[in-house]
Design a binder for this molecule. Structure first.
Ligand SMILES: O=C(CO)[C@H](O)[C@H](O)COP(=O)(O)O
Length: 234
C-alpha cells in the first residue's frame, strides 16, 4: 500500500544548526530527511559527505525518540566509491544518478548488500526508459524536477510525463520528485502519481513548516485515494 512521504531537503536548512533543524522537521511531520550530497563535479555545487550524515545520525539518536529516515541523494560522480561510508554513517536510502555510473546493476547489489535501500535518480534531460531494466530491483525512483545542483529553482511540469509512465508500469513503486515542489505545484506531481515529495525552500521558508508538510501530504493522499477508486471502477 503506497503512502505519502514528505522529505524536507536539508539543503535549505541552517547548516550551523543541522541537528536541531532535522528535529524541527521530524517534529513537524517529516517522513524522510532528504540529504543532498554534491561533489562539485557531477553538479556545480559542493555540500557534504558521509561524515556529516554520520554526525547527524549520532545527534538524532541522542536527541529524539521518534523514528527518522536518512534519505541520501548522491549527486556525485563514481557513487560506488561511497557506498560503505554512507552505510556506516546510518544512511537509510542511497540514491545514485544513472548518469553517474557505468554499472548500475553492480551498484544496486552493492548498496543492498551494505544494508541500505536503493533508488535511482534521473536528471531532467534523461529519458525515463533508461531505468526500466532496473525497476524490479529498486525501492524507489527519483525523478528530478529541476536540474540538480541548487535549491530554489522552478518546478519543471513537463517531467510529470515520466512520473505517469512509471506509475502506470508500477502501481506500488515509491516515486520521488525533487525540485520546486510547494503547495502551488504539488497537485501536478501528486496527480501524475508521485508519492514521495522532496521540498526544501517551500518548507524551510514557510512560517509554519508543519502546515506546509500537511498540505503536501494531503495532496498526495487525496490523489492516492482517487487512483484506488479508478482501479476499482476498471
Ligand atoms: O536536489 C536538490 C537540488 O539538486 C534539492 O533537493 C531540490 O532542489 C529541493 O529544493 P527546492 O525545494 O528548494 O527546489
Amino acid at each position: 500500500m503506497l503512502k505519502p512521504k514528505i522529505a524536507p531537503s536539508m539543503l535549505s536548512c541552517d547548516f550551523s544548526q543541522l541537528g536541531e533543524e532535522a528535529i524541527r522537521m521530524i517534529d513537524s511531520g517529516a517522513d524522510y530527511l532528504h540529504m543532498d550530497v554534491m561533489d562539485g563535479h557531477f553538479v556545480n555545487n559542493l555540500t557534504f559527505g558521509a561524515p556529516v550524515v554520520n554526525c547527524l545520525n549520532n545527534y538524532l539518536q541522542k536527541n529524539t525518540k521518534k523514528e527518522y529516515v536518512l534519505d541520501c541523494h548522491l549527486m556525485v560522480s563514481n557513487p560506488e566509491k561511497w557506498v560503505e561510508d554512507f552505510a556506516k554513517s546510518g544512511a537509510t536510502i542511497f540514491t545514485f544518478h544513472i548518469e553517474a555510473t557505468e554499472n548500475p546493476s553492480e551498484l544496486i547489489e552493492k548498496i543492498k548488500s551494505n544494508g541500505m535501500k536503493v533508488s535511482i535518480a534521473i536528471k531532467p534531460k534523461t529519458d525515463v526508459s533508461i531505468i526500466f531494466p532496473f525497476l524490479d530491483k529498486l525501492d524507489m525512483v527519483l525523478i528530478m524536477t529541476v536540474e540538480p545542483g541548487f535549491g530554489g529553482q522552478s518546478f519543471m511540469k513537463d517531467m510529470m510525463k515520466k512520473v505517469e509512465i512509471l506509475r502506470e508500469k508500477l502501481p506500488n513503486l515509491d516515486i520521488q520528485v525533487d525540485g520546486g515542489l510547494s503547495p502551488k505545484t504539488i497537485d501536478f506531481a501528486s496527480k501524475a502519481g508521485a508519492n514521495v515529495i522532496v521540498a526544501g525552500t517551500s518548507i524551510f521558508k514557510s512560517d509554519d513548516p508543519a502546515e506546509t508538510i500537511q498540505i503536501l501530504k494531503d495532496s498526495v493522499q487525496n490523489n492516492l485515494i482517487d487512483k484506488d477508486k479508478d482501479k476499482d471502477k476498471k
